[in-house]
Design a binder for this molecule. Sequence first.
Ligand SMILES: [Cu+2]
Length: 191
Amino acid sequence: MKTFAKYMAVFAATATLALCADITGTVTPGKAGSVVYVNANPGQSYPAPPKPVIMDQKSLLFQPHVLAVQVGSTVEFRNSDKVQHNIFWPSISGNKKMSHNMGTWPTGEARPFKFDTVGVVPLLCNVHPEMSGFIVVSPTPYYAITDESGKYKISGVPNGSYTVTAWHEGKKAQSKPVTVSNEATADFDLK
Ligand SMILES: [Cu+2]
């Protein structure tokens, strides 16, 4: 009996790993830089965030303009220009209590910040008011950024029912229920 239970536990774990699929779709207006992410379900645990992710400042631009990371990730902010840059965010998802100033630093230096809150982080530089960028902090490792035609693919999502959210700069974010079972499609039309 004990052995059978053990066998079943291993079987269940293996089956869970195997049963996953991609979520694909289009975010309208079809542009690059929309972020689509799967929201966390209660009681589900997710693999730890990967190594630090880089947000560079180069040619007086945040590069990439939009970065998506899993919550708990450390972002390494770099300065690859010959001028000084600053980085600050006035809020996270509109919450001004989450504002933060990373300071101002010269070329070649990098400063890390760990994002422990899910939300949208609007990046600004107080040396160059025209600079702007975004970090979208996803609650799960299942997220993607759209290509130039607005298409996205989130790979390897375990079968189940989720809420999926799409975000684009200057648009109202949209969420909808998505059931993943072998495959799933979710299109969004953001206003
Ligand atoms: Cu700057």
